[in-house]
Design a protein around this ligand. Structure first.
Ligand SMILES: *Cc1c(COP(=O)(O)O)cnc(C)c1O
Length: 360
């Protein structure tokens, strides 16, 4: 694939900001969008001129391949503003690498790294007013690629659209969740697309998650598709288990997404001197630990909520409560990670990325 990186961005600024129409105190996740969006089309084997324009609907043909064959991948990132008004991202290099891995798995073209970063920097500088200071305020960043060839032939699309949209969100205290360990349905399988951030992975989870919700649980912890014996992912997050003081999480595989928050938790835990085991963990082991009282915590880790503690799990119709210790790892990691994200503490890992007009 050839890409002319010297191509200049086209930037069409919004005439008027819509920010005054938005009530920042009652934001629902992902419902409001900032003034600008990024768009770049892949046509004739080449990414065309990268463009920023006012946020608006896109007019498309009903035959687009994305509607029929689900060729779509995405990312989820965030931008944070510190007390001095500087905007930061957190480990965006990881998302850049991952969207291209996901694209490759779905037979889609990779998007150039330099444009990915230029688009992010330009958008966040233009929509700076939408990023409010302080912990809890954040702009969620959604890069995605869809197949845009207007043809219903079942073959990879010859055209694609890469876009980035930004949504201001506020994190509320949601409370701890109760979950079900999957015994029948699976999120992904060996050799499948579970390791890619493919849109269809989410579609496949909605129905079993609804069944869990009808029974009064909020989420499903996915198990391996072969035997439903190993605990793998928590809803749309990576899953962590604390037995006594040991933190355990499954190794990444075809079935498990390589989460940025997961990697971050592992590194932060090790720095804190917490024993971490990256290994397969069985349902039987967790049930036994819950029975004998050594299961101290379960939590999910992902960009959207950072850490989501689990207060109970259900397996084979039995509910097992988890008595979260006063000094929980979940609270500790959430604080340590968000403090780095909001530039409140030193960043010994070099994870923060400074957003600036100097970057383009
Ligand atoms: C996005 C995602 C995660 C979390 O990844 P982060 O990089 O930490 O946001 C975990 N599991 C699945 C299935 C995901 O799609």
């Amino acid at each position: 694939m050839s890409t002319d990186i010297s191509t200049k961005f086209i930037v069409e600024e919004a005439k008027e900001s819509r920010i005054h129409e938005v009530d920042f105190d009652t934001l629902l996740f992902g419902k409001e969008f900032t003034d600008h969006m990024f768009e770049c089309d892949f046509i004739d084997g080449k990414w065309q001129t990268p463009t920023i324009r006012p946020y608006q609907p896109i007019l498309v043909d009903p035959s687009l391949k994305v509607f029929h064959y689900g060729q779509a991948v995405f990312e989820g990132m965030k931008a944070y503003k510190d007390d001095a008004g500087q905007v930061w991202m957190f480990r965006p290099d990881q998302n850049q690498i991952r969207i291209n891995k996901s694209a490759k798995r779905l037979a889609m073209p990779e998007f150039p790294k330099d444009w990915f970063f230029e688009a992010l920097n330009r958008l966040l500088v233009l929509d700076d007013a939408w990023i409010r200071k302080g912990k809890g305020n954040v702009v969620y960043i959604r890069p995605f690629i869809i197949a845009t060839e207007p043809a219903i032939m079942a073959a990879p699309s010859t055209q694609y659209k890469f876009m980035i949209i930004l949504s201001p969100v506020k994190s509320y205290f949601r409370g701890d969740v109760s979950v079900v360990f999957a015994e029948h349905y699976s999120r992904s399988a060996d050799g499948g697309v579970g390791a890619a951030k493919a849109a269809g992975n989410y579609a496949g989870q909605f129905y079993p998650t609804n069944l869990a919700k009808e029974m009064g649980y909020q989420q499903v912890i996915w198990t391996d598709s072969n035997e439903h014996k190993y605990l793998e992912e928590a809803g749309t997050m990576n899953a962590f288990f604390r037995i006594n003081d040991v933190l355990i999480t499954a190794p990444t595989s075809d079935r498990i997404l390589d989460g940025v928050t997961r990697k971050t938790v592992i590194d932060v835990a090790r720095r804190e001197g917490i024993p971490v085991e990256v290994r397969k963990i069985t349902v039987a082991e967790v049930v036994a630990a819950a029975k004998e009282g050594s299961l101290k915590e379960i939590f999910g880790a992902g960009t959207a909520v950072v850490i989501s503690p689990v207060k109970s799990f259900s397996y084979q119709g039995v509910d097992y409560p988890i008595n979260k210790p006063e000094k929980s790892y979940a609270d500790l990691f959430k604080e340590l990670i968000t403090d780095i994200q909001y530039n409140i503490v030193e960043d010994p890992f070099g994870w923060r990325y400074k957003v600036s007009a100097d970057n383009y």
